[in-house]
Design a protein. Structure first.
Ligand code: LLP
Length: 434
């Protein structure tokens, strides 16, 4: 739990608003975000890097809702995008193209054109082939593309293998040993302008040392480049700072910044960082209602109306998300007779150990294993720390329309994404007629 989601009179609230009210008004499953948490997170980041020329490029993939992008743009953020679609979102949300960096291993020519047309700050190029393609696309448009090479520093981020990106065996970036030669090549291509260097070693890092190890390797390269007359304007150190889901103890934003700034002491390049999760992860929860309680031979199941299509992280990474009852009184002893489930019911139940699962037809469709919960049918649960890589990774598997999204600031509640309908899902499909 965070300060932004706390119990008030036994009711779990988003800021000052009971989640029960939100569920009644907007239905479930529903993502709920704290505006204050978002503002505080960004402000902390910005303050931590103050005193040094810096740009915080929020990693859009973590949560790309327009309201969130709009809020961050207003606070002064830049954006790290990985597709033409994300660029269009940033522009639609009022983000400034000249604060956008474009990462990703598979940029298409069309995406490059879109980004050149918009006038983005920099392409983070991830291969020799991409460098050649970008030069050609820029030439055809009569433009010059500003580039960084994303260098793979071969540093162990000590995180989940699926979200570790800075090792030799990963598909990301340019091999450290090849970077110098590729920079030489880039500096000779007429439609490219070499402006920076970039690295991103992974996500959900809970230690500072891999960030510093990566930064040091990058700086060695920056100095070698300078000796050849290739002088860089910015250093992009990626994202990756972890958050607390359970009992992790990630460094604070301030400690992370102090360490990075320490490693960069005495240097004049502008610093870019690409945080995603740390800005939004603990600013959101997934609100879900218990549809059924099923007491199996070996396990008790709480079957809820959110599923792996809404929050994929548990199924995909075996990720842990805390699950809390929205009404704390549901943890009281079992009443007799048992109350009937109903809309908004806050019936009492005893605490049992539950598998919290969704309705999707996959054994991997779970939100939490072995959770001690006092719940009843019709009760509400909040899946915590779901603001990052929750909605943005959701899908329509099992033809499930995607969840609504709501933002709360103090006592103000606004819908920031309507619940999808089956109509939306079927709209583009056609029967095959011979
Ligand atoms: N920059 C680049 C180039 C990235 O690839 C990423 C994340 C970020 C920045 C932001 O990283 P963050 O600060 O959020 O750690 N779906 C996974 C996480 C995948 C991260 C992919 N890249 C999850 O749910 O844990």
């Amino acid at each position: 739990m965070t300060d932004y989601f706390s119990y008030q009179n036994d009711q779990l609230c988003a800021e000052q608003v009971p989640l029960d009210d939100i569920a009644r008004r907007f239905g479930t499953p529903c993502y709920v975000y704290s505006h204050t948490a978002l503002v505080d997170g960004y402000s902390q980041f910005d303050a931590a890097f103050a005193g040094r020329e810096h740009l915080i490029c929020y990693a859009v993939k973590a949560n790309s809702n327009l309201a969130i992008l709009h809020l961050l743009a207003r606070l002064g953020a830049g954006f790290d995008i990985v597709s033409g679609g994300e660029l269009q979102r940033v522009l639609a949300a009022g983000g400034a193209a000249h604060k956008v960096v474009f990462s990703g291993v598979g940029k298409t020519a069309a995406e490059m054109r879109l980004a050149l047309d918009a006038g983005i700050l920099c392409f983070n190029v991830e291969s020799a082939a991409e460098l050649m393609r970008l030069n050609e696309v820029a030439r055809d448009m009569g433009r010059t593309a500003s580039i960084s090479l994303r260098v793979n520093p071969d540093v162990d981020a000590k995180t989940h293998p699926y979200i570790s990106t800075g090792l030799k065996q990963n598909k990301f970036g340019v091999a450290y040993a090849e970077a110098l030669a590729l920079y030489r090549k880039a500096s000779e291509l007429p439609h490219l302008r070499v402006t920076g260097i970039d690295c991103h070693i992974g996500s959900q890092l809970t230690e500072i040392s891999p960030f510093i190890a990566a930064a040091e390797k990058i700086l060695t390269l920056v100095d070698a480049l300078a000796r050849e007359g290739i002088v860089l304007e910015h250093l992009d150190l990626g994202g990756g700072l972890g958050i607390r889901y359970c009992d992790e103890t990630p460094p604070s934003i301030a400690d992370y910044a102090v360490a990075l700034l320490g490693a960069l002491r005495g240097r004049s390049e502008k610093i870019i960082v690409e945080p995603g999760r740390v800005l939004v992860g603990n600013a959101g929860v997934l609100l879900t209602r218990v549809e059924y309680l099923k007491h199996g031979e070996e396990k008790n199941f709480a079957i809820v109306d959110a599923a792996m299509n809404d929050l994929m992280r548990p199924a995909l990474y075996d990720a842990y998300h805390e699950i809390l009852p929205v009404n704390i009184r549901t943890t009281s002893p079992l009443p007799n007779p048992l109350p009937q489930a109903g809309e908004g019911a806050i019936e009492k139940s005893n605490v049992l150990t539950y598998e919290v699962v969704g309705p999707v037809c996959e054994t991997g469709d779970f939100l939490g294993h072995a959770r001690e919960l006092g719940i009843v049918q019709g009760g509400l649960l909040a899946v915590m720390s779901a603001g990052a890589y929750g909605m943005s990774m959701s899908s329509n598997y099992n033809t499930r329309p995607r969840a609504a999204e709501v933002m709360v600031c103090g006592t103000v509640v606004q819908l920031i994404r309507e619940r999808e309908t089956v109509h939306h899902l079927l709209a583009g499909e056609k029967t095959f007629v011979l």
